[in-house]
Design a protein around this ligand. Structure first.
Ligand SMILES: [Ca+2]
Ligand SMILES: [Ca+2]
Length: 310
């Protein structure tokens, strides 16, 4: 059983949803000054910032790239970088002629309530996390559908057993729609935030199952993304409780576990440091993620970055 004390977050969902790294580090009073260099493991090229019009001086994170690589959802804090609050909304951009179009505001945003961490598989249905009136408590997972005339529905709470009084966020649905991976701090985990999975049987989500060790740990394990063939899990391991102690390797790195005999193997670092929200194209060629930039020990910006497989 976890021995780590439960932490109380004012906006627990938002921490995971968007600006997660920044709020945590602000809250923990991290004093160190970090290089903003992002490094990737040897099978990847050099990570690059996707630039404007996606990135601005505002807080962009939670990228979700469509399987074909032509549609990018992401979150943007409407306040100055490092000053995120509940004003976090989802935008999307399309790649036309090799360039990203000016981001458009998603209809399922709700003013004054954060919405983030969209995951879409077919460009028709999206899953996202939000903190809204009428929810089950803290962050919950919602779904929205593409409307006939364009745009999106406002979103529907997908209910229990996925959503509880605890925090649920970071949904990822498998291409066939049968598996929902998400992050929660609910009881029964390994410790801190863990990743969970539920299976859709006859249109109903089954009781979520903890991914277990070594995919989860007593640190914070969050933001799951599973490759199209289901063989690799990308996620973030961070150490939000002790970030000020500069625990090596736990400054929010993206890791990968491969499925071995039906079990997730030991995680390997893919991209670091102060990175999160992995999302990959179906061909496994492009990995999008968020990166928090620090200056003077404080997060000053978050941008969306991309790395291409060699
Ligand atoms: Ca930015
Ligand atoms: Ca909840």
């Amino acid at each position: 059983m976890p021995t780590k004390p439960r932490r109380k977050f004012q906006f627990t969902a938002l921490l995971v949803l968007s600006g997660a790294l920044g709020i945590h580090y602000v809250g923990r009073g991290c004093q160190a000054d970090f290089s903003s260099a992002v490094t990737a493991s040897s099978e990847w090229k050099t990570p690059v910032n996707v630039g404007p019009p996606i990135n601005t001086s505002a807080w962009e994170d939670s990228p979700c790239i469509s399987p074909d690589g032509t549609l990018l959802f992401f979150s943007r804090g409407r306040h100055d970088a490092g000053q995120q609050d509940r004003n976090v909304d989802v935008y999307y951009s399309r790649k036309v002629g090799g360039r990203w179009t000016e981001p458009a505001y998603c209809e399922f945003n709700m003013k004054s309530f954060p919405t983030s961490a969209v995951k879409a598989q077919d460009n028709q249905t999206v899953y996202f996390a939000s903190v809204r009136p009428g929810g089950y408590g803290q962050g919950d997972i919602y779904s929205a559908t593409r409307q006939p005339g364009g745009g999106w529905s406002t979103g529907r709470n997908i209910g229990p057993p996925i959503n509880t009084e605890y925090n649920e966020s970071e949904p990822y649905v498998s291409p066939d729609g049968t598996k929902l991976y998400f992050t929660s701090d609910r009881p029964g985990g390994v410790g801190g935030m863990d990743n969970w999975v539920s299976t859709n049987v006859g249109g109903q989500w089954t009781n979520p199952v903890n991914l277990g060790q070594p995919a989860n740990s007593t640190y914070d394990d969050l933001q799951p993304f599973v490759t199209q063939d289901g063989s690799s899990l990308y996620f973030v391991r961070a150490n939000f409780a002790n970030v000020g102690k500069l625990v090596e390797g736990y400054h929010a790195a993206i890791r990968r576990c491969d499925l071995v005999n039906g079990k997730w193997g030991n995680p390997q670092v893919v991209v670091s440091d102060f990175v999160g929200e992995p999302s990959m194209t179906a061909d496994g060629r492009f990995l999008y993620f968020a990166h928090v930039v620090f200056s003077g020990g404080r997060p000053i910006d978050s941008d969306i970055m991309m790395v291409e497989k060699k």
